[in-house]
Design a protein around this ligand. Structure first.
Ligand SMILES: [Fe+2]
Length: 237
């Protein structure tokens, strides 16, 4: 007979506690259980909603490039400007309690304005590379968790069987105090958002966290551009 069964047998054969004691003990046990569950929930509950994760996709840069900065509109050694609409992408990296994370790395990679990645998998793409576009960049967050990129709105591109991917920017956040986050940012109003299988992978109620509205850049930024604010909330390690 098992130890557990031994205990059951003993308690049945020898009722040494009264019913009132039993109820009191049960109440204490229940209270402890509730407290424990509450503590677990407290540890898991975040006041800032975590940013949904998304696939890395097949076009993460295969080779390092000369430029590793956060201005994708200037390529070292080139004088031209990239094709397309220039935008600023800024935001903050936060933990689940909305506290800024300083000194963490934010990477972005994306297609050019015409929908072409700078990647060996794109060698058969009839769309040529934009020589004035730096297709990958990185930034380190400041003491308030801020990052800033200057880039262009990526082109939509076919992903097979009538599926067109909406404009999107791939992002990755890597740092010592949190778990790595890989995701994608989308542009509000894009006609292909509803039919995108990658975005639909995110639960419907969370998708809005990945879709960003254009803001007026104001006097702070270059005129005739656009400003997009995308905060990233990461899990602690
Ligand atoms: Fe992509």
């Amino acid at each position: 007979m098992s130890h557990r069964n031994d205990q059951t047998r003993v308690s049945l054969e020898k009722p040494v506690i009264s019913r009132r004691q039993l109820l009191t003990a049960s109440a204490i046990g229940l209270t402890s259980s509730f407290l424990w569950v509450a503590c677990v929930r407290q540890a898991d509950s975040f006041s800032c909603d975590l940013t949904p994760e998304q696939t890395e996709g097949p076009f993460y840069p295969a080779d390092r490039q000369l430029d590793e900065d956060s201005d994708l509109t200037v390529v070292s050694g080139k004088l031209g400007r990239p094709k397309g609409q220039i935008i600023y992408l800024r935001g903050r990296v936060l933990d689940g309690h909305c506290r800024p994370i300083q000194g963490t790395q934010v990477e972005i990679w994306q297609a050019s304005a015409e929908g072409r990645y700078n990647h060996p998998r794109e060698s058969r793409n009839p769309i040529s590379l934009d020589p004035n576009f730096q297709s990958w960049g990185r930034a380190i967050t400041d003491h308030e968790g801020n990052y800033l990129f200057k880039t262009v709105i990526p082109g939509q591109y076919p992903a097979g069987r009538g599926w067109i991917r909406p404009s999107h920017i791939h992002m990755r956040v890597v740092g010592p105090t949190h778990r790595e986050l890989t995701t994608q940012m989308y542009f509000a109003g894009d006609r292909y958002l509803d039919g995108d299988f990658v975005l639909q992978d995110v639960p419907r109620e969370e998708r809005h966290r990945l879709i960003v509205e254009r803001q007026d850049p104001g006097s702070e930024f270059e005129p005739a551009t656009g400003l997009y604010q995308f905060d990233l909330t990461v899990r602690p390690t």
